[in-house]
Design a binder for this molecule. Structure first.
Ligand SMILES: *Cc1c(COP(=O)(O)O)cnc(C)c1O
Length: 232
């Protein structure tokens, strides 16, 4: 299973080290293996190494891999979700990280209700206001959460961000810090259908900093599976 086993062990060790260093419990950190472009066989290798959470950014990839991947895992949708595709994944994913419009939240709630479930979601925040990225602005976050908290069949479980890529990840620390502040602010508001539990931030390049700043879900692809090949 090439280096997957070693890579996962290294990352878990690193998580422990960072948590020890900043006085956190490493068991509070969920490691999501990001499996875009990775085939089911290697995904199952990762599951055999103890991975219990898998992240995909495309609906189609979850659909394609769903049956071939172990059922003892929780799928996370971490990429932009089009309203018309909600129906395909509503019964497949445990957590949707990328709620970025009222229309989308409404559709998820509607589909969840039809399935007699409530769906856990995170609100995606575009902290750095990058034009190329989806997400709600930091200043709009409170109003946005308030406006979707009335939908009865979703539970707002926290916030997610994709930080800008920087050569030196130290540069994204303020992004993570600002999101943690907003997360704490929302947690104190006790809004309906809202339980601020997950702060999803940090990827291969910057997860150490994200954990130091309060992340409890990190999304790691390259550091587990190696560099992605998009033209298979
Ligand atoms: C691809 C992706 C990741 C993982 O990125 P790596 O740098 O490979 O760890 C994390 N989050 C999202 C939303 C992604 O699309």
């Amino acid at each position: 299973m090439d280096n997957i086993q070693v890579n996962i062990a290294d990352i878990k060790e690193e998580i422990k080290k960072i948590c020890h260093h900043c006085g956190r419990n490493h068991e509070d950190i969920t490691l999501i293996a990001v499996t875009k472009t990775i085939d089911p066989e290697r995904i199952n290798d990762a599951v055999d190494c103890g991975i219990a959470d898998l992240g995909e950014n495309k609906v189609q990839e979850i659909m394609d891999k769903y049956d071939a991947v172990s059922k003892n895992i929780k799928w996370h949708l971490i990429g932009h979700l089009q309203t018309n595709k909600v129906k395909y994944i509503i019964d497949k994913v445990g957590l949707i990280h990328s709620v970025d419009s009222i229309k989308l939240a409404e559709e998820i709630s509607k589909r969840a209700e039809k399935n007699n479930i409530t769906k856990d979601v995170l609100v995606q925040i575009n902290v750095a206001e990058e034009e190329t990225k989806f997400g709600i602005g930091l200043e709009e976050a409170v109003d946005f959460v308030k406006s979707i908290s009335g939908f009865g069949s979703i539970r707002i479980k926290g916030l997610m961000t994709i930080a800008p890529y920087m050569e030196d990840p130290e540069g994204v620390r303020p992004v993570f810090r600002q999101l943690k502040e907003k997360f704490d602010e929302l947690a104190q508001m006790n809004l309906p259908n809202t339980d601020m539990k997950y702060l999803s931030m940090g990827m291969s390049n910057d997860y150490q900093i994200a954990i130091e700043e309060g992340a409890n879900m990190i999304r790691i692809g390259t550091a587990i599976f190696g560099k992605r090949n998009y033209n298979k």
